[in-house]
Design a protein around this ligand. Sequence first.
Ligand code: B12
Length: 312
Amino acid sequence: MVFIRVKKVKGFDYYYLVKSQWDSKRKISTQRTVKYLGKASDVKIENIPLEYQSDPKILSLVSSVTKIQARTERTLNELRQHVFDNLKSGKIENIIRVAEEFREGGSLCIFYENILKPILYEIGILWQNKSIDIGTEHVCSNMANRAIHTLTRPVKHGNNSEPIMICTPDGELHNIACNMIESVLLEKGFNVSNISPSIPSDSVITHMKELNPALVLLSVTLHDNIGSATRLISRLCSLFQTPILLGGLAIDNCSDEERRKLESISPNVTLVVKSTLESLVKMVKIELKSTRNLNNHSYKQAHEMNNLINVV
Ligand code: B12
């Protein structure tokens, strides 16, 4: 007999397909996980191994999840339309009201990722098809940035006081993503310096020297700016040891060859492809931790060296 076991992690349900068998020797029932199915809200019938797909119990559970998924998608679409209308009409208070509900529900990241970002992607398609004019696109992107700034509530940095620099390569005017990233990092108590959008590479270097960041987040949106990003990274890596996380639409969409080329510039460069804001926060934490460990290690080495010199 198979059934689905639910495990709760941080308020979310995760499903496991489990098989229960009678052990006649030991006279007990044993249970074996057949497959980890992932987050309950995302489970689809295709995730269930073929031989169990017609099991009535499994079917009924999956269909109830699917109904919830469909309802969630409908609600999300309605909210997106509502926020899009208010971006166009400039009624920022209505956008903030929706975003605050997401914040109360657990995460502002979800508002950015599941509401604002899809609207902006849709705006890109509408603009490309000439279904909206450039003026409307500008109003919406200005309003999106205003909403992000209004929503951002920086938290005092405790353990994460090392500066993080967010930037774009020279020529890159897209910076809504940078502002979203800044917003979620400030909310988590990180120390952020956002110098986006486009500034000359010399100015990025001057800022790096002054700030001495523990981590650089570089965002590239236009495919045409990959060359500019490559030149900036090469210069930064020749001057600093700072780790660089490289992401954005252009990185999501570039070819494997372009990715390999970018990664080969320096071991300090990590490409982050199709990440969510939540996973980005986790990556930032890991990067800062490893930089801290490295610094401690170098400090220890220097200390040991010093002791040796003193002994000699
Ligand atoms: C708003 C917008 C503009 C605004 C930007 C305003 C601003 N302050 O940012 C303005 C009007 C200035 C603009 C101008 C142009 N734009 Co424009 N624009 C857009 C639009 C509609 C939304 C961009 C956006 O904010 N997206 C939402 C963000 C949140 O998504 P995201 O960038 O993918 O970021 C997420 C992840 O990628 C990730 N991420 C991002 N950065 C990083 C960094 C790291 C380190 C990590 C880990 C993750 C990460 O996190 C984010 C959250 O998940 C897009 C459509 C689209 N599909 O994005 C077109 C789009 C990007 N633009 C486009 C074009 C062509 C232009 C112009 C060339 C138009 C023109 N002829 O003038 C100019 C170029 C200007 C320039 N030199 O940069 C094209 C690009 C096509 C291409 N293949 O490169 C797009 C895709 C539209 C389209 N469908 O064709 N644009």
